[in-house]
Design a protein around this ligand. Structure first.
Ligand code: NAP
Length: 324
């Protein structure tokens, strides 16, 4: 493990299970104070207890990231109560609901995966950036979880079922994303694609944050693909047969399987380790896990890196979250 830069205070979204919970442990083990952001802080505390994470290093705040009002209230509480600036922010929480027949809506009327995975956390980043700017930590970082299935430069991003991630001409964003619109491109609802599109927005957001703000703030903005965490609760809404077969398939056939603990450790590295101090990088350890395999900068598809798409997606998202 590379030497840490100096422990600070990090906010992590979605720590009741999976990657976020294990990243909380890995950062607490490095001496960081972790603020968790979850819709149920009591469950977040119980999950942290289950890994014996010292409670003195934790505080748990209520955020329903699908609800823009809850995001605003949570950010206000955080800034008023923490008593020091944040040094890092990890955008991790997500929902994946591939079996929805009709779109589920957030309190503001947006399709639920775009609302939770992108819009709510896009707002959160903007509300917390001034706080991160006040930090005197030598390497302030915003780390966003991306995924292989939203990057068509990689094999996993080319899978046409139900469709590859693609925001199209952003017709759904431009029309206000309210019902009956449920997709970024304004086309008929495909729940699996809605998840991929929201993760594409996560990776585009990272690139655009880097382009717009790294130079003026010095904050390091990175995304990562932690590997295929095939047994995480992310797949709780997938068919039961898939939940049984997918981890076996990733362990024995593709070699892509990564444990929740290893994924959490990778997030902690991107937050805290000196080897990850370049900004604008999409970090990956590859699709096939190799013994002792090292991180590398994974090239992103044009859909994720095109500055024109990114600027348009940013501007439309600013309107949808009430910042423009
Ligand atoms: P997970 O175990 O299902 O964790 C998701 C977390 O998000 C949970 O703590 C969940 O809390 C929280 N969350 C969901 N909706 C929320 C809301 N409205 N407000 C606040 N928190 C909410 O899934 P995971 O596999 O660890 O996924 C974590 C991240 O890794 C995601 O961004 C995912 O896209 C990314 N990722 C995962 C994989 C993988 O193979 N699993 C691969 C690549 C990237 P509740 O308990 O309240 O639902």
């Amino acid at each position: 493990m590379a030497e840490a830069v100096g422990a600070g205070t990090v906010l992590i979204t979605g720590t009741t299970s999976g990657v976020g919970l294990h990243a909380t442990k890995a950062l607490a083990d490095r001496g960081w104070q972790v603020v968790t952001a979850n819709r149920d802080p009591v469950r977040a505390a119980a999950a942290a207890d289950s890994l014996a994470i010292p409670s003195a290093q934790l505080s748990h705040l209520r955020f329903d990231l699908a609800d823009l009002d809850s995001v605003r209230a949570g950010a206000e509480t955080l800034v008023a109560s923490l008593g020091r600036p944040l040094d890092a922010l990890v955008i991790n929480a997500a929902v994946y609901k591939p079996r929805l027949e009709q779109p589920e809506r957030s309190p503001q009327g947006y399709e639920i995966s775009m609302a939770t995975n992108h819009l709510g956390q896009f707002l959160l980043i903007h509300l917390l950036l001034p706080d991160l700017e006040r930090s005197s930590h030598p390497s302030r970082r915003v780390v966003i979880l991306g995924t292989v299935t939203a990057n068509s430069k990689e094999l996993g991003g080319k899978i046409p079922i139900p469709a590859p991630a693609d925001l199209g001409d952003l017709a759904g964003f431009k029309a206000g994303f309210q019902g009956p619109i449920a997709m970024a491109n304004g086309k008929p609802f495909k729940p699996g694609k809605a998840y991929k599109d929201s993760k594409l927005c996560n990776m585009i957001t990272t690139q655009e944050l880097h382009r717009r703000l790294h130079g003026s703030t010095g904050i390091v903005f990175n995304s990562l693909y932690p590997g295929c965490v095939a047994d995480s609760p992310l797949f709780r809404h997938a068919p039961l047969a898939f939940q049984r077969i997918f981890p076996w398939f990733q362990k024995n056939i593709t070699g892509g399987y990564v444990s929740q603990a290893q994924a959490g450790e990778r997030v902690a590295q991107v937050v805290a380790d000196p080897a990850f101090s370049s900004s604008g990088v999409h970090w990956s350890w590859g699709n096939r896990q190799k013994q002792g395999g090292r991180q590398f900068s994974q090239e992103l598809s044009d859909k994720a890196s095109n500055p024109g798409t990114a600027q348009a997606m940013w501007e439309e998202s600013m309107k949808l979250v009430g910042l423009a």
